[in-house]
Design a protein around this ligand. Structure first.
Ligand code: UDP
Length: 459
């Protein structure tokens, strides 16, 4: 999709309508929100983004958007709790006042056009009360799959039915209420406190239901039944308009600088030969797992491009020495970078497989380039996404057992050098084509986006 120039955009009939977006300050949330901002800009809206004073993108990368900052007061203990749910609950409280002040300032500046709506990450449920107070519609955007969201929203019900607290001996049991998930797939959230989890789920679900609409980064041919199931229950209109990242050129909302040497290295590799390995922006592994992954990759004899981002293996000093050891044996066959231009890597013809943690952006990006996966989920939505990748869409292998070099070597061979792997490649290519068709005029996502554009314009 072509992004209009500033000048053309001012000629658009919606030139006076402004949309305010508010992402969660994490890479996997920032990317889709910024992509959505680009999509709406291309449809003629002017864009304002409220971001944090930390983990924020450089406004000069997007000169056609207006940026505003808030800096909530957080103690060091709040920020380093390690408990994502406690942190999310805390943020929803301590952002209220700074966000309200910033929002009110934006509303009072009428020089940049009327405000059509506020679009926030669904995790920011606190914003609904502020939008209501100012009589502005709030739409929520979910940055996960619908299948994983439905599992997340079902946690209170699953507790009532006795699946939670999880029992080690029952982890392999299927959950008939959530087919094809098993009990171990709902082991989603690391938190010291169950009550916090249920409070958070309840708040997000309530915030969704009170919103004026829900935008999803998914597409009809991928999650048809789940889109229908969610839409049936939702009092607010539902807009599945994904995959977001395919509307615009590769996004530049990376918080770390992508290492472009990945692409020149890929140029030297044979078609479909490279396994790309990245566990996203948050997942961590321990030193033993790091060693097993390194030797598994080396022993597989397959060319590999491995993202070892700062903090991937917390507290280990001798990472460089370990990496040197792997690369000495792998030679030209291996490349390690701190951060990759992932979308371009997946789109490269040399990339034949993606060993991922199953984050939704990574999963969708892999589907959109027709690259089959090995999934090693850690937490959150990753386990349910992985269940769908392996059991429903059948476009990847779930690395379920412990992380061990022999198992890794065999799994890479299965994906990259077997008939089973070729079948997965065929299926994921067909999904890629369906995703492309959804975005073309007349396609389901295209029509949803038309609906969304009209809906936002009705103020
Ligand atoms: N990403 C990237 N370069 C890397 C690793 C990841 O650009 O080396 C991007 C990736 O394309 C995706 C996002 O970071 O858009 C990660 O989001 P995801 O939902 O997959 O995982 P999370 O980081 O939220 O766990």
């Amino acid at each position: 999709m072509e992004v209009p120039s500033e000048e053309n955009q001012m000629d658009s009939p919606k030139k006076c309508l402004r949309v305010i977006l508010f992402p969660v300050p994490l890479q996997g949330h920032i990317n889709p929100l910024i992509q959505l901002a680009g999509i709406l800009y291309s449809r003629g809206f002017s864009i304002s983004i409220i971001q944090f004073g930390f983990n924020s993108i450089n406004p000069s990368t997007y000169p056609h958007f207006n940026f505003h900052s808030i800096l909530p007061t957080l103690s060091e203990t709040d920020a380093n709790t390690g408990d994502v749910i406690a942190f999310a609950l805390k943020l929803n409280c301590c952002c209220f006042s700074p966000f309200r002040e910033c929002f009110s300032n934006i509303l009072s500046d009428t020089s940049k056009g009327r405000i059509a709506c506020l679009i926030t990450d669904a995790a920011w449920y606190f914003t609904q009360a502020i939008a209501d107070e100012y009589n502005i519609r709030r739409l929520a955007v979910r940055t996960t799959s619908i299948c994983s969201f439905l599992a997340f929203a079902a946690l209170p019900l699953l507790r009532e039915k006795g699946y939670i607290p999880l029992e080690e001996s029952r982890l392999e049991e299927p959950i008939p209420e959530l087919t094809p998930c098993k009990i171990k797939d709902i082991h989603m959230i690391k938190s010291g406190n169950f009550e916090d989890i249920f409070r958070y789920v309840t708040n997000v679900v309530r915030g969704n239901r009170a919103s004026s609409g829900l935008i999803w980064n998914t597409f009809e041919d991928l999650e048809r039944a789940k889109i229908a199931e969610f839409s049936r229950e939702s009092p607010a209109p539902v807009f599945p308009i994904g995959p977001f990242h395919k509307y615009c050129l590769a996004s530049s909302s990376s918080l770390l600088e992508p290492d472009k040497s990945s692409l020149s290295w890929l140029e030297k590799q044979a078609t479909n030969s490279v396994i790309y390995v990245s566990f996203g922006s948050l997942a961590v592994i321990n030193e033993k797992e790091f060693q097993e992954i390194g030797w598994g990759l080396v022993n597989s004899k397959q060319p590999f491009l491995w993202v070892v981002r700062p903090g991937l293996v917390p507290g280990v000093q001798r990472l460089d020495r370990l990496l040197e050891g792997f690369l000495k044996v792998a030679g030209e066959r291996g490349l390690v970078v701190k951060w990759a231009p992932q979308q371009a890597v997946l789109a490269h013809q040399a990339t034949g497989g993606f060993w991922t943690h199953g984050g939704w952006n990574s999963t969708l990006e892999s589907i959109c380039e027709g690259v089959p996966m090995i999934c090693q989920p850690a937490f959150g939505d990753q386990r349910v996404n992985t269940r769908y990748v392996s059991d429903v869409w059948r476009v990847g292998i779930h690395l379920e057992n412990r992380i061990e070099r022999g198992e890794i070597q065999r799994t890479i061979r299965r994906l990259m050098g077997s008939e089973e792997g070729e079948e997965m490649r065929g299926r994921i290519r067909s999904l890629k084509e369906k995703g492309e068709a959804c975005l073309r005029p007349g396609g389901a996502s295209y029509k949803s986006l038309d609906r969304l554009t009209d809906y936002i314009s009705e103020i």
